[in-house]
Design a protein around this ligand. Sequence first.
Ligand SMILES: Cc1cc2nc3c(=O)[nH]c(=O)nc-3n(C[C@H](O)[C@H](O)[C@H](O)COP(=O)(O)OP(=O)(O)OC[C@H]3O[C@@H](n4cnc5c(N)ncnc54)[C@H](O)[C@@H]3O)c2cc1C
Ligand code: SF4
Length: 537
Amino acid sequence: MKNAIELSHDILPHAVPNYWSTMQTYPLHEEVDAVVIGTGAGGAPLLARLAQAGMKVVALEAGPRFSPFDDFATDEKSQAKLFWRHERLSAGQDPLAFGNNNSGTGVGGSTLHFTAYVPRPHENDLKVKTEFGRGEDWPFSYAELEPYLSEVEQFIGVSGPSSYPWGASRSKSYPLPPLDLNRAAQYMQKGCDRLGIRTSPAANAALSKDFTVKGVGQRPACNRRGFCQAGCNNGAKSSTDMTYLPLAVVHRAEIRDHSYVTEFELSKDKRTMTGVVYKRGGKTYRQKCRAVFLAAGGIETPRLLLLNSLANSSGQLGRNFMAHPGSEVWGEFPDKDEPWRGIPGALISEDFHRAPKAEYETGYLLQSIGVMPVTYVSQKVRGEKLWGEKLKAHMRQYPFVAGINMLGDCYPSSENFVELSDELDDRGLRKPRVHFTFGENEKRMMDHAEKKMRAIWEEAGARNIWTFKRGAHIIGTARMGHDADSCVVDPSGKAFDLENLYICDNSIFPSALSVNPALTIMALSLRTADHYLGRQS
Ligand SMILES: Cc1cc2nc3c(=O)[nH]c(=O)nc-3n(C[C@H](O)[C@H](O)[C@H](O)COP(=O)(O)OP(=O)(O)OC[C@H]3O[C@@H](n4cnc5c(N)ncnc54)[C@H](O)[C@@H]3O)c2cc1C
Ligand code: SF4
């Protein structure tokens, strides 16, 4: 039986052969070696690694497969299709906004719309409990992660500086020089210089020059169109549909889009998964498999397991939810700066990571930010409750605005968790409810960062400065560690309760890190695949 999806588009730049039209398809009745659920930062690298090792692998992705060259408009409204729109209920004293604030869908997952900042974590990010007596340590050291971080950077084509003032030494330089500083970055650099705050061009998962992805093909350099959060339509951004997914397909992996996983089949003793049940086009399918790799993101991963009453003997599934303190400060400048142009995040400062005598623990970074018009206006409405004529007047200044945002570490807390609500979605499944309240340390960090960002904008010459407070990223909920009583997965990503279930996405982070997560997720994904392959051999 042939269960392949119809493939009509070549999603890679035209210089790259059309791999998708020749994608392997596996019959449903055939047991495959592994099913990977989700094709974002967590699912894609291991899909490719397992396929490269000769395994028969099928990826099930709830969202559609896009052809960026045909399907990605320079239009935020039309590009809303990249975001996870199934309703999530939000609770707690600092309820998080979902929709376009938190996660995506489609072949490529959230990397389709991510901003492409890929700073490395710091060595001490992985040891906050040892350092501060709070939060959690990771079950391995930075030294073990470093080769994987480096491998991801080299493979996907990260553009970054040749010398960087912060963090551990690197085994390899970035493969590409940094991208140009857009106007927001130039303003931030000016303000920071005046205040003695060090800055550096940021590391970005977008190409400053044409680049060959090994085993895949050539991709073109960034053309500064902007709108990266609405999807890159020339293939310059290193979303997984431009990198690991075509590599996986070349190595005979099958990717089934529109395939929404709802259940698992288990052996009699309930210790082993034997298959995955999913819905596609109104029909229910079953794929038999020898192992399952779950990478549905920090909310859907615990939700799916909670719905199936699996992997929760610790009672920790859904617990320890974290979000990065991510306040933004905006200002208006005298000259038109076209804030949508260029890579949105071009400049970084990590001077406030373990800052001496700071009134907060751990640390945060600062990044310059460009912004698209609908995103900007919706933040203005949410943040300042501005409406009508006042809002219109403010939006006339949109071409003159520029922003900086912070991104800080977050301690896990028993108050913050994902649970199943009693409301049902259109599939009859219980909707997730996410409880979130910033802790005292995160609040102190946000206050500190806001003062710094405002000072930077004042020095740079901004007027009408305003702050938009928010939490960013969905982290935690299936903690990784050594102890089966307090963690959901072991240090390799294997669920303690099942012989052949691995989790690999934002959910397994034991602590939030003080940097954007995608690079670390991809590195973890390769590491989990290597552990699995080592165990198999
Ligand atoms: C606007 C925005 C900008 C961002 N910018 C950055 C940035 O600059 N740098 C950075 O590091 N991070 C950034 N992030 C965060 C980053 O994109 C995510 O942390 C990361 O991509 C998450 O990877 P993941 O594998 O955990 O999940 P995802 O990439 O979200 O992948 C999960 C996939 O699973 C699929 N799925 C879910 N449930 C099911 C199911 N039941 N069956 C089948 N499939 C399912 C989803 O459709 C999705 O494709 C940004 C996020 C947002 C919202
Ligand atoms: S700015 Fe560069 S990376 Fe971003 S969407 Fe445009 S071409 Fe792609």
